[in-house]
Ligand binder design. Structure first.
Ligand code: MF3
Ligand code: CO
Length: 251
């Protein structure tokens, strides 16, 4: 599929979806504390998204059973909320939120600390977030897609961490996942497509303390690090412009 270029009118709708995602993450950040179940996090998130007139993008997507992906410690992404799973002091928790309104999606993720966390966990969260910002320095009309990928990888690896290979970012718009696929690592000398103003992309580094290999749990969704090391996730939906990019899921 060709990469869609959004019109000004469509961009306005993407901003609206993105803002709801950002507000949901801000609300959920406040709810993160030892003792809360991952089910309750999902419930708070879903209720907020619906209160804004939007629909959770993930619920029912390829059969995913919840609205918010909640992934703890060595879980990389796509953790399924459960009444039996409680956050505890010292955990790190990645929340991934998608909202659909007026025909368009927004998608973003953050990793938060639960209570007091180790210095290594803090550093991982920081490096993951920074790797995103290093990547989007290259997000500008005329640049090539994999310049973003290479910058994310170079930063994360320089800090001693590894970049997950099996999952990537993606184009986003009328569909949650559109072309192009956006690796957070460089593929040989390929440059990727040339970026154009009006492209909307979900850039989402997933960074591990240990090796980059991941595995899937028997629930068919939860992705974990193969070596059991901690993993963090940071994602925003961005709009490519002539000057650079606009973050649609940050307020
Ligand atoms: N941000 C994630 C992604 O782009 C969320 C998808 S979860 C799913 O893959 F349940 F919807 F698949
Ligand atoms: Co995404």
């Amino acid at each position: 599929m060709p990469v869609s270029i959004k019109s000004e009118n469509e961009i306005e709708k993407m901003r609206k979806a993105g803002k709801i995602v950002a507000m949901t993450l801000n609300l959920l950040e406040k709810a993160i504390k030892p003792g809360i179940s991952t089910f309750d996090i999902d419930k708070i998130g879903e209720e907020y998204i619906r209160s804004q007139g939007a629909v959770p993008s993930f619920k029912g997507y390829n059969g995913y059973p919840a609205s918010i992906c909640v992934s703890i410690n060595d879980e990389v992404v796509h953790g399924i909320p459960s009444k039996k799973r409680m956050l505890k002091d010292g955990d790190i928790v990645s929340l991934d939120v998608g909202a659909y309104i007026d025909g368009f999606h927004g998608d973003a993720a953050r990793t938060f600390a639960v209570g007091t966390i180790s210095d290594e966990a803090k550093r991982l969260i920081e490096v993951t977030e920074k790797s995103f910002y290093e990547g989007i320095k290259l997000a500008k009309e005329g640049n090539h897609l994999y310049e973003i990928s290479a910058a994310i990888q170079a930063y994360a690896e320089a800090k001693g961490y590894s970049v997950v290979r099996d999952l990537t970012g993606h184009g986003i718009g009328k569909k949650l996942h559109e072309d192009p696929s956006i690796p957070n690592f460089k593929i040989s000398k390929q440059r990727g497509l040339r970026l154009q103003a009006g492209m909307t992309l979900a850039i989402e580094p997933m960074i591990n303390v240990g090796d980059y290999e991941v595995a899937w749990l028997d629930d068919e969704w939860t992705v974990v690090t193969d070596d059991g090391s901690l993993s963090a996730h940071y994602e925003n939906t961005i709009l490519i412009t002539k000057e650079g990019c606009e973050l649609l899921t940050l307020i």
